[in-house]
Design a protein around this ligand. Structure first.
Ligand code: ZN
Length: 282
């Protein structure tokens, strides 16, 4: 099995032969960039960590070009930086005991191009080969255009697969926008309280991004704690880390469902909740 782009690669942390490594997949994360998977799909990583019958397969679509370069990395060329980012993603795959990692090496422009079919075709092949039961990707209300490009391509890819090869669940998760605004009854809540040490390791391994001046490691840990504390105003905290997801499964079960109308539904119901609460006290 070969990936389309010349610099694309598979990485299997435990050196299991490729076909076997992909076939054992049960949970999958598909992200735009190196580090997104660890931030948003930690629930899937955690569900597979230390298990011999559950395996997490991470797919990173872009090549990491155009990353900020500061400090230690200030003199790196864009190409060298892409290599560093791939190396960091492999370190995360090793620490997180992923079953497999694919670095697809597409430029951001291809992800954002609605007419680009290569990514959809490649995702179709990888999903059909590994048959995950759950896929985590970006949420539709994210504010990073490359993230939105990825989730739309993931939905397109799954829609084109026969039902027998589709995952049971597709979740859109938090990176460049939290999902705490989604009405509580519609939130998909992932309790990621356990193994905070592994979570910290996974978030901190992306040194080139953190040295670039962004403390994503602290921000992601803070978001999880904040979600857990502000989940309910009554009672004590039972979880110390929560991640929120948007259930995108209806969009793969009904190929004619309009993606924009679907996410606008969440926004409209949030607006209605604000109005209902205000009307009680106005
Ligand atoms: Zn990203």
């Amino acid at each position: 099995m070969k990936l389309k782009n010349i610099n694309a690669e598979f990485f299997i942390p435990d050196n299991t032969p490729l076909e076997k490594a992909l076939a054992r997949t049960t949970f999958m994360g598909i992200s735009a960039h190196q580090d997104d998977i660890e931030f948003m799909a930690y629930d899937g990583i955690l569900k597979c960590f230390g298990k011999s019958n559950e395996w997490f397969y991470a797919i990173v679509v872009t090549n990491g070009a155009g990353s900020p370069r500061e400090g230690l990395y200030a003199d790196y060329t864009d190409e060298q930086m892409q290599t560093i980012r791939k190396s960091e993603q492999k370190k995360a795959a090793y620490v997180g005991e992923y079953g497999a990692l694919s670095l697809l090496d597409y430029p951001s422009s291809a992800v954002k191009d609605p007419n680009n079919k290569d990514i959809v075709e490649e995702l179709k092949t990888l999903i059909a080969t590994s048959k995950p039961k759950v896929i985590y990707t970006h949420n539709l209300a994210d504010k990073h255009d490359t993230h939105i490009g990825v989730v739309v391509k993931v939905i397109s890819a799954i829609r084109e697969l026969p039902e027998s090869l589709q995952p049971e669940k597709l979740y859109g998760c938090e990176v460049w926008r939290n999902l705490d605004w989604v009405n509580d009854e519609e939130k998909v809540v992932f309790d990621v309280s356990t193994h905070p040490n592994i979570a910290a390791s996974l978030n901190e391994v992306f040194d080139s991004q953190i040295s670039g001046g962004k403390r994503y490691d602290l921000a992601v840990a803070g978001r999880r704690l904040s979600n857990a504390t502000f989940a309910a105003s009554h009672g004590v905290d039972t979880a110390t880390g929560l991640l929120y997801g948007m259930d995108l499964t209806p969009l793969i079960k009904d190929v004619n469902m309009d993606i924009n109308v679907y996410v606008q539904g969440y926004i409209n119901r949030f607006a209605a909740d604000v109005t209902t609460r205000l009307k009680k006290v106005l």
